[in-house]
Ligand binder design. Structure first.
Ligand SMILES: [Zn+2]
Length: 361
């Protein structure tokens, strides 16, 4: 059996780490393109400037407009090219980070530095960039040649972001273990081009255990905009364990159902992590998970404020034809539902979604 494990070159996490950025990128080049939104530039632009300038690095900025589109990638790429930048720094949530990964790849695999300002999903550590069109619809997932060279997580910055982002990150991280376990059981191939390794499954299991133990205390810290050790462990779970866990452990029905919700306009306000968390409930139904496992996951989802039914996702008016579209999209041959079982049908997924909704209410 072939296994593959993909992870960032270096992961550093701590309160105030952003101010040491110059030290960490010392050997990555002399001029850096920093891709970030106007809001993040106001929040932390000065600190980035100071950290890089004190290490005698030149800094150029590209404004991130909110979508990881072909145009956003091309625009940032032009700026980096004009200034002869040696490395790309992506700052923000998943989409800004993915844009930075694509820019670095297109410019001949420049060193990539990822600085998440929220822990709302598991994009930072992965080699995947999800590309959207200008209307915000997913076009494709691009695989980079390698994972980011440096992922720098300043826990003080994450603690000051609105709580809803961390809750979303918890939703994305919650499914990691169950999706990796499905892949391990079925022998599915992961994005790291091998079967789910024992390493990835162990990381995913630790991710789940950490969430169960520490999430409530971590959310308390975020409410006070403070860093405590529970928050540090949860951030590590949401960013590192879930990131390496999903890429090297594999995805399954929870993510496929999340993708399917793109067909339901009422769900467009729900975040990735929220849709994945509900998708996990449906996956557990498909897997006929034991009752105590179902109870634990459902209790967790309710305790942190993730959606446990369709109404929580914004789908107040449940239309059968729309939910059938979700189920069909989740079972096309390219989707990850097959990693639970190769012959799962759209009807089974539809029934699982409706049962999860009824039990989750
Ligand atoms: Zn995800």
């Amino acid at each position: 059996m072939t296994i593959g494990i993909k992870a960032p070159g270096y992961y550093v996490q701590g309160n105030g780490e952003l101010d040491k950025l110059g030290k960490y990128v010392k050997k990555m080049g002399n001029s850096f393109l920093v891709l970030l939104s106007p809001n993040n530039k106001r929040r932390i632009g000065e600190r980035i400037d100071k950290a890089l300038n004190s290490a005698n690095k030149s800094v150029f900025y590209a404004e991130f407009q909110g979508e990881c589109s072909k145009k956003a990638i091309a625009d940032a790429q032009d700026i980096a090219y004009q200034h002869g930048c040696d490395a790309i720094i992506g700052v923000g949530g998943g989409k800004a980070l993915d844009t930075a990964k694509a820019v670095a790849t297109n410019l001949g695999d420049l060193p990539t530095i990822i600085i998440p300002t929220i822990a709302s999903n598991d994009a930072p550590c992965s080699s995947v960039a999800v590309i959207y069109n200008e209307q915000g619809v997913v076009i494709k997932a691009l695989m980079m040649k390698h994972n980011p060279d440096l992922v720098l997580v300043d826990t003080g910055i994450i603690a000051q972001a609105p709580k809803k982002y961390l809750v979303s990150g918890m939703g994305d991280a919650l499914s990691t273990y169950f999706e990796a376990r499905a892949c391990q059981r079925s022998g599915a191939k992961t994005m790291a081009r091998g079967a789910c390794s024992a390493t990835a499954l162990a990381l995913a299991a630790l991710c789940y255990k950490t969430l169960l133990n520490d999430s409530l205390e971590a959310l308390n810290a975020v409410e006070k905009q403070e860093v405590n050790s529970a928050l540090e462990r949860v951030i590590e779970a949401c960013v590192y364990l879930s990131g390496v866990g999903f890429e090297s452990g594999g995805l399954a029905a929870a993510h496929a159902i999340n993708d399917g919700f793109a067909h339901v306009p009422q769900a467009h306000g729900a975040s990735h992590g929220e849709k994945v968390a509900f998708g996990l409930l449906a996956q557990l139904i498909l897997e006929k998970a034991p009752k105590d496992e179902w109870d634990t996951v459902l209790h967790y989802i309710k305790s942190v404020g993730l959606p446990s039914c369709l109404a929580d996702l914004g789908i107040k008016d449940v239309k059968e034809e729309e939910i059938r579209l979700v189920a069909e999209a989740a079972t096309v041959p390219t989707q990850f539902t097959k990693n639970v079982r190769a012959d799962i049908t759209a009807d089974e997924v539809y029934d699982a979604i409706m049962k999860a909704d009824a039990l989750g209410k």
